[in-house]
Design a protein around this ligand. Sequence first.
Ligand SMILES: Cc1ncc(COP(=O)(O)O)c(C=O)c1O
Length: 392
Amino acid sequence: MESPDFNQIIDRHNSGSVKWDFLNRYLHLNETDLLPMWVSDFDFQCPKEVLQALSSRIDHGIFGYSERDDLYYQAAIDWFSRRHKLTLHRDWFTSIEGVIPGLALLIQMLSKPGEGVIVQGPYYSSFAKVITMNGRAVIENPLLEDIEGYKIDYDHLEHILEQHRPPLLLLCNPHNPTGRCWDRDELLQLLILCKRYGTTVISDEIWADLILPWGKFTSILHLGNEWHSHVIAATSASKTFGLASLRISNFIIPDRTFRQAFNDRLNAHGLDVFNSLSMTAATAAYQYGDTWLDKLQDYLAENRDWFEQALASSVPWCRMTKAEGTYLAWLDCRNLGLDDNTLQQLLIQKAKIAVSMGYSFGDKGKGFIRINLGCPRQYLEKAISGLAQLTT
Ligand SMILES: Cc1ncc(COP(=O)(O)O)c(C=O)c1O
């Protein structure tokens, strides 16, 4: 198989892309000359092996009802064993077309209307959406920020656990938007506290495969069997291989009762039928995607290094948060001393880039922006020249 060329520019306009075609609908931006660096999907083609598998499946030509087969689950189990030294049992797996829909079902299943769900701010905005639109409340445990990066505030966590007794904590690991990978000790401390107050931890690990060379991913499931009745992990081939619109995810639920309840909810919503193309794509990705992913990770690490250096020399007011995973750059713009609306206007009018504004990640995001580095280097060059123009 030929080597992937991540520098290749592929026009994504008119492909139904949220990131490229729907800035108006989602961000209310009419400008047509903006470089989209917001939604977290990358601008690379997925591995050739995946395209070939999809092409053969399409040639077959029949798209009747389909089910996740053993080949898919085995490919996923082997992937986690190979890439993450994580032993998963077939029984624990259940699948749904997307992480966010699965989180919604779990929130409905494991909490009552009006109850709270803890998130670590700055938090991914879809977490807040899925919590509040299901009639639950967001309880924020803001991360502590220091020169080393972001840390979990355990004192505050204990305080809110005691005060609200929330049934759920929604963890993001690696963390969107900061790129932190929580280590074993951090996870253990969190689990000890949550268990003490009867709070189940749902760990959204959709970014688990996109780790930087200096980072290390630890799944909540690495912590061992003793925690299995208190944890659920969500993963997906979608973020790793750029398959988000095909809709697929794994919910790994070691606890039998939780798993049964989740499967019942899938049935209750008629979500027990699956898209055959997503399964074909994800199976091929898990089976044959290692080399492609290794190269992607190298490219993303180079992109990050390049961007950080370019910021330091051309955009001195902007500080990039140290990340261990993801292709997201969480940029501190507070040195500019601007309010978020003014910052947003300048990003559009002068820098000509569409970013995710930090305030959409809650109060802890004010004064920050999130930029997607999952793109050909040329786009980063454009973004840097735009940002350099912002203060002129
Ligand atoms: C932490 C996190 N969870 C879930 C999702 C989306 O998952 P899905 O598209 O499978 O619903 C994203 C996408 O950016 C994400 O960052």
